[in-house]
Design a protein around this ligand. Structure first.
Ligand code: SAM
Length: 290
């Protein structure tokens, strides 16, 4: 039996806690996996680490040793006493009891960097799987001043995030993630590395936030709207999908625009590159101006 497993069972018993499935609670019990997450996040005393969903504090403990400051955001009230008891002696620990989707991370990062003279902000988390996508989208779309995001997520989602636009297993999220970050796969994690065991295989991935955007687009809002609309009806051709979503005023306009870009009318969204979505978006703005 590993030490983490003993420690986890001890804490669960002491505080009379049962993992709450609805909150995506699967606690890590593999030291090897914890070490790998911490090592790949490349944390120093000059870093602010934001941990989403600290749970019983397994990962938090290691993060506190390496980081200048750790801000842990946990929704479940039942975890608060455990975490506050466990880390009472650390002066670089702060706990926020809230839904991460409601927290103004931009404000926190700005304040912490300034007040504590921290150089970089990094997110590290074993995410609650029921809201993996909204959390990742929030972290990217709010354009936070982040260096990297190292997260454990479902392998199936990880594969989609780490794919290259135009590749095999893509979704709207592939394009969004690629626009903002370069993705590295770190480690595949078997179900028995957690209690209770999740129903799916997991994977740790690291998103290194790009300093420069890989394509120039005139209207980012429209660009992402087109990508999302295109994948919402991924079984249809791009032409039909974007016509139904009213991105094209009608089919004729769609045919004309695609022709102008040298894109086949029969193409599906997943075959388009990021550059082609950018060209499509820019052309639609131009057309609407004329
Ligand atoms: N970090 C711990 C570990 O690795 O053992 C726990 C990870 S567990 C997969 C996910 C954690 O996220 C749980 O502690 C859960 O209560 C918390 N959580 C769930 N929904 C949340 C939300 N919306 N905001 C913040 N934390 C949330």
């Amino acid at each position: 039996m590993s030490n983490i497993l003993e420690e986890t069972n001890f804490i669960l018993k002491k505080y009379k806690i049962k993992a709450n499935k609805a909150l995506g609670q699967n606690f890590l019990i593999s030291q090897e996996v914890v070490d790998k997450i911490v090592e790949s996040s490349n944390i120093s005393k000059e870093d602010l680490v934001i941990e989403i969903g600290p749970g019983l504090g397994t990962l938090t403990k290691e993060l506190l040793e390496k980081a200048g400051k750790v801000i842990a955001i946990e929704l479940d009230d039942k975890m608060l006493q455990i975490l506050n008891d466990r880390f009472a002696l650390y002066d670089n620990f702060e706990l926020i009891n809230n839904d991460v989707l409601k927290v103004d991370l931009g404000k926190i990062i700005k304040k912490e960097k300034k007040e504590n003279n921290l150089k970089k902000a990094k997110v590290v988390a074993n995410l609650p799987y029921y809201i993996t996508t909204p959390i990742i989208m929030k972290l990217l779309e709010e354009k936070l001043d982040l260096e990297s995001i190292t997260v454990m997520i479902q392998k199936e989602v990880a594969d989609r995030l780490a794919e290259i636009p135009g590749g095999k297993n893509t979704g709207a999220i592939t394009y969004t993630v690629y626009f903002y970050a370069e993705t590295e796969k770190i480690l595949e994690v078997p179900n028995n590395s957690f209690i209770p065991e999740p129903e799916v295989t997991s994977e740790v991935i690291k998103l290194n936030i790009r300093k420069e955007e890989p394509v120039k687009v005139d209207d980012k809002e429209l660009f992402f709207k087109i990508i999302k609309s295109a994948f919402m009806q991924r079984r249809k051709t791009l032409l039909n999908g974007l016509t139904n979503a009213k991105v094209f005023k009608n089919k004729e306009e769609g045919i004309k625009v695609l022709k102008e870009l040298g894109i086949s009318e029969n193409i599906r969204a997943e075959k388009l590159t990021l550059e082609q979505f950018a060209q499509l978006s820019d052309l639609l703005i131009k057309d609407s101006e004329n």
